[in-house]
Design a protein around this ligand. Structure first.
Ligand code: DAH
Length: 345
């Protein structure tokens, strides 16, 4: 007959004194207890006794483990006076953290446009349909509204329309034009870029994220023409990629520009020389962004007379720019919070 009481007393004492209390579950005595079930007269009673013993041991092990962990951590006296002369411990590079690659690249985009005379503004993460569509010459019911996979909220704006998460930075065009409109009268141009987050209800894959970044550009003055748009973008991209590039425009359609263009650049990696290039898939050209001459209705919505002033605008995905610069193959890495990836920048 096994004396459960005896065994329990013995094992509890050993657990309380052990530095590795969990190893006690493997002692030969206990194995014998488990094996005893084979010969037990009443297996149900025996099994219940084994279970009681096991629970008692588990509880004691947990208590002992907690004691050991507490002892490992030196107590901190939060009331102790601080030694202001103590050297600040040097951080390992891994502890120092890095700025997110998108943050670095947005700063670079702002800096390049800044040198070209563009102010920078921030967008917002909730906006209304008036700025998302109406000011941009998409009246209610315009079919192109559906192209934007816009996230709607349950909150309504003053017109009773759901507030939205902006699906492009063009939502800021009207605000930027109004903010800087006085400069036109002073004979200066409106010149601003708006880099910020945008949101789309997209199916996700290596090239599509629901949350990504765009930079919007707006330039309005007297006598602005498409040549100035193309030169500005070319200059920016050459500066950003640090090399000479060819650029190409194709006609396109956006409600807020007329004419509208799709803007392509020669591959910043192979320059069109490598048929196996991973960045341009051997095409030599990369369709990068949308742009055009600001539609007269968009100027009117900002109380700017289109007979007196003209402007250009563009919208460029920043994630795309950055992915090409560093040859990042999957856009989802950028928002993944994976340190292995982020620490490379
Ligand atoms: N908002 C457009 C988009 O996200 C991009 C764009 C095209 C912006 C033309 C512009 C523009 O300012 O003129 O698809």
């Amino acid at each position: 007959m096994i004396d459960f009481q005896d065994i329990q007393t013995d094992l509890l004492a050993r657990i309380a004194a052990s530095d590795q209390p969990r190893t006690i579950l493997k002692t030969p005595e206990l194995r014998e207890v488990y094996a005893g079930i084979r010969n037990a007269e009443d297996k149900a009673v025996y099994g219940a006794q084994v279970n009681t013993l096991k629970s008692a041991l588990e509880a004691a092990i947990a208590t002992r483990e907690a004691e050991l962990t507490a002892a490992d951590i030196a107590p901190i006296d939060v009331t102790a006076p601080m030694d202001v002369n103590a050297p600040i411990p040097a951080l390992l590079p891994s502890e120092r953290g890095t700025t997110h690659p998108l943050t670095q690249e947005i700063a670079r985009v702002i800096e390049i446009f800044g040198r070209m005379g563009f102010a920078s503004e921030e967008s917002r993460e909730i906006d209304d349909q008036y700025h998302m569509f109406e000011t941009l010459n998409f009246p209610k019911g315009h079919p192109a509204r559906d192209d934007y996979d816009t996230f709607m909220t349950v909150e309504k704006d003053g017109d009773g329309d759901p507030l939205i998460a902006p699906a492009h930075t063009s939502t800021m065009q009207n605000r930027v034009m109004r903010k800087y409109r006085d400069q036109l009268e002073a004979g200066e141009a409106i010149a601003a870029v708006v880099p910020d987050r945008v949101f789309r209800n997209e199916d996700l894959d290596a090239r599509h994220e629901h949350t990504f970044y765009q930079v919007e550009g707006v330039y309005v003055a007297k006598g602005v023409h498409a040549g100035m748009l193309i030169a500005t973008l070319k200059e920016f991209l050459q500066e950003y990629y640090g090399r000479e590039l060819q650029v190409r425009v194709n006609p396109f359609y956006f409600p807020f520009t007329e004419p509208s263009f799709e803007f392509a650049l020669s591959c910043p990696f192979c320059g069109g020389e490598d048929p196996a290039c991973k960045v341009c898939s051997g095409e030599g050209w990369i369709e990068l962004l949308g742009c055009g001459m600001v539609h007269p209705n968009v100027l009117r919505a900002a109380d700017i007379d289109p007979n007196e002033y003209t402007g250009f605008a563009f919208g460029c995905g920043i994630d795309r720019l950055v992915m090409m610069k560093y040859q990042i193959e999957d856009i989802r890495h950028l928002e993944s919070a994976k340190l292995d990836f982020l620490e490379q920048f």
